[in-house]
Design a protein around this ligand. Structure first.
Ligand SMILES: Nc1ncnc2c1ncn2[C@@H]1O[C@H](COP(=O)(O)OP(=O)(O)OP(=O)(O)O)[C@@H](O)[C@H]1O
Ligand SMILES: [Mg+2]
Length: 170
């Protein structure tokens, strides 16, 4: 059983970040967790917006900066957490973190580092970084940890050649 897979690529512009999210949103299953890592402005919310769109949600998607969580309802519910301002993981526990994980929806988290001990073991981890030396574009690394996320990354490895706007790295 393969339970860890990695894919890397370049996202040349905002549209590419959203397209990767859309691809994930079309495939993600209930109870799955997508963790979005990256500095301020790396493109986490852009990716989350793509996921919501891929799930079929068509309204506005913004960072839930002042509320900890936004919920969007597409093919499945999406629970979008932004933990940038979180000072204690207990706050996430108190609003029902285990229920979100076991629920019927998809959990998407910006700033997952803040989760501490609440960090799920099985997740699709997406790392976004500014491309150094260039003024545009993002470098992305997707690590599927656990059986189902690893399968998703395997599919991404195959599909990325047909996602013209995502250039796979050699
Ligand atoms: N691949 C890309 N290339 C260039 N710019 C991008 C790319 N993806 C997203 N951006 C741009 O980066 C900016 C920041 O994006 P976004 O708000 O998604 O970042 P974030 O990681 O959520 O930031 P924060 O930590 O503040 O929540 C936006 O202007 C967005 O259009
Ligand atoms: Mg954001």
């Amino acid at each position: 059983m393969v339970d860890r897979e990695v894919w890397e690529g370049i996202l040349p512009d905002e549209r590419a970040t959203e397209a990767l999210g859309f691809w994930l949103g079309e495939r993600v299953a209930p109870g799955e967790v997508i963790l979005l890592y990256g500095d301020l402005g790396a493109g986490k919310t852009t990716l989350a917006r793509g996921i919501a769109r891929g799930l079929g949600f068509s309204d506005r998607v913004t960072s839930p900066t002042f509320t900890l969580i936004h919920e969007y309802f597409g093919r499945l519910p999406m629970f979008h957490f932004d933990l940038y301002r979180l000072s204690d993981p207990d706050e996430v526990w108190e609003i029902g973190w285990p229920d979100y994980l076991r629920g019927s929806g998809v959990v998407v988290v910006e700033w997952p580092e803040r989760l501490g001990d609440l960090m799920p073991h099985e997740a699709l981890n997406v790392y976004l970084n500014l491309v150094t030396g260039g003024d545009q574009g993002r470098w992305v690394r997707v690590v599927g940890q656990g059986e189902r996320p690893a399968v998703m990354v395997k599919e991404l490895q195959t599909a990325c050649t047909s996602l013209a706007w995502i250039v796979p790295q050699k």
